[in-house]
Design a binder for this molecule. Structure first.
Ligand code: GLC
Length: 587
């Protein structure tokens, strides 16, 4: 339990033991794309503040803002040059304080996205560090001295050469950057670095922020001998990147020094972390983080490797694999608490990837996916725009992209004489900018996002898919989302109940039971564009349908249920007598 008094302005937590963040929905805002208040084509903090009522009205209580700190924007804010200043594009510190005040006044909370694995190469620490080996800041970063020869290969995610080492002439050494060259990795083994970072966390907590999403956190501790990668032993290079020797020790230290003293939520980004490893981050008795934002769904490979295609079941990916993955994470969470998401600023739009964004199925599949995220066990991370059914933009030319990842990978393929056309087709399905197009507010110019030409093109479907239109339509994806969010609040037991996967091998339907003390809930979701049938293994007599996405609910009076394409249904069924061996809700 967090034991210190609230930071000033922080909304009150619930009186009961259960922490507030187990019941909330984390609504993720990419500030650059949400709403531009000053007509420069870039979203900003005042734009978010202006739309707090809209969000509050949707039932949203917790916001996660992608990085808002000073940054030269090589990677849109994930390269921080001053952790205590607001990025000029987004406004001023006063704007942030106002946003926080306004959010708290509505009982809403704000999480900031802190990048602690690396800084910008324009951060003053790095500007100093790169001048000489004697500079006190040199040891803030990770270096390989020239006299030891070429450093052992490490892959960089965004580097044009995919090489994570960059030569720095003044120090005659290479610095490490797991991401772009403009994002040098910090040396967490240096206690001064850790203290600097904890101070930064305290600075924002003192302002009253309600917690952090911790970027790339599994990467912070490295084996600084940098052994040669044994690709035979580890075909996937991640064992050399993630989960380094002191990771958990540092997280416990961070918890001891900062987090345990405040009432805040910390959600780590858990790229390439297995469920078993993931448990270590969130087990309450280990005193590290509260939640881990795992990549299970993002890591599921498409049958067609990103390119449109089709399978027998009409699904591009292996649904049973996804089901097993979520069941594994649920089990592994133990006394901790899972998270669930299907899209974010690094992934394509969820309706394009896991549903079908053609005009025929977009609405139905977006609603079905919403039903999934909002009825699973775990804190849902909801990416802004998915409640409208926003879809991939599918740029056709490289110059339409802004993302450093897409642009640099394109350059590499071009230089090596590879198939750039294929790459562009693939990016149409999986490129990060698909999720970063401006939020579609209404049918006016630039979708009401800005009065100026936006930094990234608006999806031309905005005349159909936008908040104003959908707010007025009771059958829209937005109205469905609002109902589903309200339903979670009306049924706290649904949110807290245990999870049991049904029919794990069914190729089209994701079916599960949520079993609480007084009620059980059955969720049946057809993830495909073909009809499907299931015998749900639960007595449906007297089942009360709570939510469905077709105008009429499917009949639940037989032993099997027929679901139409992308149909989803949530119903409440009688709790079995205690003797039936009911699984208790895990708390
Ligand atoms: C995380 C962020 C991503 C960023 C990267 C480097 O994965 O989600 O957007 O590019 O870290 O900071």
């Amino acid at each position: 339990m967090k034991n210190a008094p609230h930071a000033a302005n922080s909304p009150a937590t619930t009186a009961e033991e259960r922490p507030w963040w187990r019941d909330t929905i984390v609504y993720q805002i990419y500030p650059r794309s949400f709403r531009d208040s000053d007509g420069d084509g870039i979203g900003d903090l005042n734009g978010i503040a202006d739309r707090l009522d809209y969000l509050h009205d949707l039932g949203i209580e917790t916001l996660w803002l992608n990085p808002i700190f000073a940054s030269p924007n090589a990677d849109n804010g994930y390269d921080i040059s001053d952790y205590r200043r607001i990025m000029e594009d987004f406004g001023t510190m006063e704007d942030f304080e106002r946003l926080l005040r306004e959010a708290h006044a509505r009982g809403m909370r704000i999480l900031l996205d802190l990048v602690l694995n690396h800084t910008s190469d324009e951060h003053p620490w790095f500007a100093e560090a790169r001048t000489s080996r004697e500079n006190p800041y040199y040891d803030y970063y990770l270096w390989w001295p020239e006299e030891q020869g070429r450093p052992p290969y490490r892959k960089s995610h965004f580097d044009e050469e995919a090489d994570a080492w960059c030569y720095n002439p003044p120090t005659r050494s290479y610095y490490l950057h797991y991401f772009a060259r403009q994002q040098p990795d910090l040396n967490w083994d240096n206690p001064r670095v850790r203290q600097e970072l904890y101070d930064i966390m305290r600075f924002w907590l003192d302002k009253g922020v309600d917690g952090f999403r911790l970027d790339s956190i599994p990467y912070i501790s490295k084996d600084r001998t940098f052994p040669e990668i044994d690709t035979e032993k580890f075909p996937d290079i991640f064992p050399y990147y993630s989960l380094g020797p002191h990771l958990h020790e540092y997280l416990r230290e961070m918890n001891r020094e900062v987090l345990s003293r405040r009432d805040c939520l910390t959600m780590g980004e858990g790229s390439k972390v297995s469920p078993e490893e993931g448990r270590k981050f969130i087990a309450p008795e280990r005193h590290e983080l509260d939640l881990l934002y795992h990549f299970g769904a993002a890591d599921i490979r498409n049958e067609t490797d990103g390119l449109p295609g089709g399978t027998e079941a009409g699904i591009l990916y292996d649904l049973p694999q996804i089901k097993r993955m979520y069941a594994d994470w649920d089990r592994a969470a133990g006394s901790g608490w899972p998270t669930v998401y299907l899209g974010n600023h690094d992934q394509p739009r969820m309706v394009s990837r896991f549903g079908d964004d053609s005009s025929r199925w977009r609405g139905l599949s977006a609603k079905m996916l919403a039903m999934f995220l909002l009825t699973m066990r775990g804190t849902p991370c909801w990416f802004a725009g998915d409640e409208l059914g926003m879809a991939n933009i599918r740029f056709t030319r490289i110059d339409e992209y802004d993302d450093i990842d897409t642009r640099n990978r394109y350059r590499k393929i071009e230089r090596e004489g590879g198939d750039t056309e294929r790459f562009l087709r693939e990016q149409q399905e999986i490129g990060r900018d698909n999720a970063r197009t401006p939020y579609q507010w209404d049918g006016s110019a630039h979708a009401g996002f800005s009065t100026a030409r936006p930094w990234l093109r608006v999806n031309p479907d905005y005349t159909e898919v936008n908040a104003a239109r959908e707010s007025a339509d009771p059958d829209s994806v937005l109205s469905f989302f609002r109902r589903a969010v309200a339903l979670r609040k009306e049924h706290p037991e649904l949110v807290r109940a245990s999870f049991r996967l049904l029919a794990p091998d069914h190729p089209q339907i994701f079916a599960y039971l949520r079993e609480g003390e007084a009620a059980r809930y059955l969720v049946l979701l057809n993830f495909s564009c073909r009809p499907a049938r299931i015998a749900p293994e639960a007595a449906l007599d007297g089942a009360e349908t709570l939510l469905h996405n077709y105008p009429t609910a499917p009949p639940l009076d037989g032993s099997t249920v027929e679901l139409r394409p992308f149909e989803g249904v949530l119903c409440r069924i009688a709790a079995p007598a205690p003797s039936a061996g009911r699984t208790e809700a895990r708390e």
